[in-house]
Design a protein around this ligand. Structure first.
Ligand code: SAH
Length: 287
């Protein structure tokens, strides 16, 4: 495709002419394929009332097209050099609805007193091509946040996207994400769409948070059981879960939830874990 060559060159030339270089430790792989940029933006159904939270805007490849569709883009960038470059560039282009926060996205999202949380409205969407080292942690804190995003669209590693969408069986990651949200793979993205080129392909994934998750107590025990159940994934559930109570009691809770105590954690579906949580809470007489 003709438009693949020039944007890639322009990423390289921006980096060179601005004395910037891609920093590996910050997971910098810049997106340069305009078709993919459009796919990420279109997947979200953005309108001019929307506030978008972007993590790691880099050179603004997504940020700038987003700014012409949404009301406000709040972008958190850890690399000060890139943040300075982008802030200048946006000013030069006369774009006024992008706010850049310099900082670590994880801290900004988690800390209730952060700059981000002082300006983020209750309703917002997340769109980002993120550094891959952040993936699980970032998804977890976004989904656990009191004001959860209306929708999350992320570019992540293909195999992680497939794991989240349960393509290869249940994992602690897939059950955790599916507890909070409905995940969907929007598009598989070749590693050739990035500069520098990463070793593996990526995927655009969309997470739509569910309305009806359990209350705080249910959620707390659900994750306690899930983590303990997966603590030694090769061992039988009964063995792992016996860390949480008498072996006989755990065995009867498992049986009353329709689960064979000899099963392994990876054989349980989301609804199995929910049934197990209900049975455990009932046995503890917690509601
Ligand atoms: N979104 C851009 C850049 C992707 S590279 C694009 O699609 O081209 C990942 C970006 O995340 C880089 O800009 C990197 O500096 C930034 N980043 C890395 N760790 C971060 C963190 N903890 N918090 C915020 N930004 C981070």
């Amino acid at each position: 495709m003709s438009n693949k060559v020039s944007p890639n060159n322009s990423i390289k030339s921006i980096l060179e002419s601005s004395d910037l270089s891609a920093k590996k430790n910050l997971g910098q792989n810049f997106l340069h394929d305009s078709n993919i940029i459009n796919k990420m933006i279109e997947g979200e159904d953005i309108n001019n009332d929307d506030t978008i939270l972007e993590i790691g805007p880099g050179l603004g490849t997504l940020t700038k097209p987003l700014s012409s569709k949404a009301k406000h883009i709040i972008a958190v960038e850890k690399d000060r050099d890139l943040a300075d470059w982008l802030e200048n560039n946006v000013k030069e282009e006369g774009i006024s609805n992008i706010s850049i926060i310099r900082g670590d996205a994880l801290k900004e999202i988690e800390d209730p007193d952060s700059t981000l949380n002082s300006i983020l409205p209750k309703d917002y969407k997340v769109i980002a091509n993120i550094p891959y080292y952040l993936t699980s942690h970032l998804i977890r804190i976004l989904l656990e946040k009191e004001d959860r995003p209306q929708r999350i669209t992320l570019m992540i590693q293909k195999e992680v996207a497939e794991r989240i969408c349960n393509r290869n069986g249940n994992s602690i990651l897939s059950i955790s994400v599916n507890y909070y949200a409905d995940p969907k793979i929007i598009h598989i993205v070749s590693k050739n769409c990035f500069h520098p080129k990463p070793k593996i392909d990526s995927a655009i994934i969309s997470l739509t948070p569910k309305e009806d998750i359990g209350n705080n107590i249910f959620t707390e025990y659900f994750f306690r059981l899930l983590k303990t159940g997966f603590s030694s994934p090769r061992k039988q559930l009964l063995k792992n879960l016996s860390q949480l109570g008498e072996r006989e009691v755990i065995s009867s809770i498992l049986k009353s939830s329709g689960i064979d105590p000899e099963q392994r954690a990876e054989t349980l579906s989301l609804s199995d874990w929910k049934n197990l949580t209900n049975a455990y809470l009932a046995a503890l007489k917690i509601s």
